[in-house]
Design a protein around this ligand. Sequence first.
Ligand code: ZN
Length: 210
Amino acid sequence: MAGLSLDATQLDRYSRHVIMDEVGPEGQAALLNARVLVVGCGGLGSPVVQYLAAAGVGGLTLADDDAVERSNLQRQVVHADADVGRPKVESAREYVEALNPDVAVDARRTRVERSNAAALVEGHDVVVDASDNFPTRYLLNDACRLTGVPLAHGAIYKFEGQVTTLVPDGPCYRCLFPEAPEPGSIPDCATTGVLGVLPGTVGRYRQQRL
Ligand SMILES: [Zn+2]
């Protein structure tokens, strides 16, 4: 019986998953065996990390090279006031470890570059693009194409957002948006502002689609 791969504590923790025919003990075991790379531990990455960890995704790789700033706290809900100045991957890792001991976190304080993108993506079941810039977005798209890993993408602007999942045998991000915008032509949220709850909505919606 597949349920035997979950121990009693896990059957309790994930009981609302396990009870559903669409998930069941097999589905929960698959989540526990899954590895997801989340690129960006900011506004979009925070709710993604929260719900993937709570759902029992057993392997989370977090990639981000930023430190927590006070202006992040209005929406980046895995970081606390005491984390200001600390690496985002460290406060996100501590958040996950406190929430769910089933989750092994690999915290990488790194930026996704041409030189490391494919190696970073490799070995994951899904990649979540929760980054805040176009070079990273295109690099992740290309790395996911090369390695055949599905890419869940989300982006936000002031009061609106977009979410899509790009599977290896379907159209990619470059099919949707062939040309990257000119550097500096799209303002970031430090320039335009962003409604605090918006990345939460976009991030959670994307997590449901994984
Ligand atoms: Zn394409």
